[in-house]
Design a protein around this ligand. Structure first.
Ligand code: PLP
Length: 431
């Protein structure tokens, strides 16, 4: 589009789309179609043989979704992307694209609860072992690795602890071993750029900040195009041995004429083809609308969250405030190294008066919504001990960083005075 690299603010509005060549429409059209007419039998055969890339069937690709994929890849500095139906589908596909029964992955313990369930229960049921390690010590990833380890996995800014992950340290352990680092960057789009620090794949729940308006569930996987999948072929058999479901294609080689996209190509033509977690074109459109203003929203989320953290720290009802700006030592160094332009929109805090106070606080909120979500333009709050973490024993809950009085805020982009006034009156109600 331009002869010099464009800034994120510009890419968020322009990457992947200019105007419709037929109608001149400026906004990306919603291509609400299941299928696409082939120009000839030769054209159809070429598309199926991947000699040419193009539209076949919306389960594996759609022009509206393609704009979103191009835009996310451009924003992240990656080679190509795959949009899927939810963040959960994105993390499941990101790993199933490399690991099969008998293999293992090494994951950070600091994970979203849904990802934790996927890793602790569902992937093991499919024969894929997940080894959890504490990211405080990056070397723990190396110690948990064996010949069947196919990937490392972590979140950039995981809640509730909000400890930023050591991306470069763990990526550097994996690369010489042929093991890619997959980063869930859901809580830190634009703030963190995992590919710049050696990560090979980024996943998103686009449901959160990217969509930004709480309207559409979605997910995305972005291929950094920066990983040599065939450097140690035995490490990545799914990309380096003939795929009998696709004329014996060896993906690390078959993709070469198309660019450094072996990983994401396989995810599309095998996993999306067979498991079918496609994003609807309408949700792709909604997510594109959100992405257009992401660069304006993120700084405001960060600024408001920081002011909220400072406000809470001065309140007598509160035992601790959890926010990267209030960390020290290695945790703070990592936050400063990996997050640029702000520490994100999430804030946690612990009420001294415990479980009942947590419930009373939530019930007293008037502006904040009480929902199990983050990353909406509106301010959101939840009391994990009585909701998302209520099935865990008190001991397990504490290990995940959720005390009885813990409250999680996803601070929105409203006027800060209105946000603080709501928190003030709800804290007063706690007594
Ligand atoms: N990753 C993170 C960090 C999340 O917070 C979430 C949802 O809360 C997910 C993944 C799952 O995304 P989705 O709800 O879109 O499936």
């Amino acid at each position: 589009m331009a002869d010099r690299p464009l800034h994120p603010e510009t890419l968020a509005l322009h990457a992947g789309w200019r105007a419709d060549p037929t109608t001149g429409a400026v906004a990306p059209p919603i291509f609400q179609t299941t299928s696409y007419q082939f120009q000839s039998t030769d054209h159809a055969a070429n598309l199926f043989a991947l000699k040419e890339l193009g539209n076949i069937y919306t389960r594996i690709g759609n022009p509206t979704t393609d704009i979103l994929e191009q835009r996310l890849a451009a924003l992240e500095g990656g080679a190509a992307a795959l949009a899927v139906s939810s963040g959960q589908a994105a993390s499941a596909f990101a790993l199933q694209n490399l690991a099969r029964a008998g293999d293992n992955i090494v994951s950070s313990t600091d994970l979203y609860g849904g990802t934790w369930n996927l890793f602790a229960n569902t992937l093991p049921d499919l024969g894929i072992e997940v080894r959890f390690v504490d990211p405080a010590d990056p070397e723990a990833f190396r110690r948990a690795t064996d010949d069947r380890t196919r990937a490392y996995y972590a979140e950039t800014l995981p809640n509730p602890k909000l400890r930023v992950f050591p991306i470069a340290e763990v990526a550097a352990i994996g690369r010489p071993l042929g093991i890619p680092l997959i980063m869930d960057n859901t809580a830190a789009p634009l703030l963190a750029r995992p590919f710049d620090h050696g990560a090979a794949v980024v996943v998103y729940s686009t449901t959160k900040y990217l969509g930004g308006h709480g309207t559409s569930i979605g997910g995305a996987i972005i291929d950094g195009g920066n990983f040599e999948w065939d450097a140690i072929p035995a490490r990545q058999p799914l990309l380096n041995t003939p795929d009998k479901s696709y004329h014996g294609a060896v993906w690390s080689q078959a993709a070469k004429p198309l660019g450094p996209i072996a990983y994401i190509l396989r995810a599309r033509v095998i996993l999306l083809r067979d498991l079918g977690s496609a994003l609807s074109p309408f949700n792709a459109f909604q997510t594109l609308q959100g992405v257009e203003t992401l660069a304006l929203r993120m700084p405001r989320h960060c600024e408001n969250a920081r002011k909220v953290a400072d406000f809470l720290a001065a309140r007598p009802e509160i035992a601790a405030v959890i926010h990267p700006a209030r960390q020290s030592g290695t945790e703070r160094e990592r936050a400063d190294r990996y997050l640029k332009g702000g520490y994100g929109g999430l804030v946690g805090f612990e009420l001294k008066a415990g479980m009942e106070a947590g419930r009373r606080f939530i019930d007293a909120l008037k502006l904040f919504y009480h929902v199990a979500n983050i990353g909406d333009a509106r301010s959101l709050a939840i009391h994990p001990a009585s909701t998302t973490h209520s099935q865990l024993s008190a001991e397990d809950r504490l290990a995940t960083g959720v005390s009885d009085g813990y409250v999680r805020l996803s601070v929105g982009i409203e006027h800060i005075d209105d946000i603080l006034a709501d928190l003030d009156q709800a804290l007063s109600a706690v007594g």
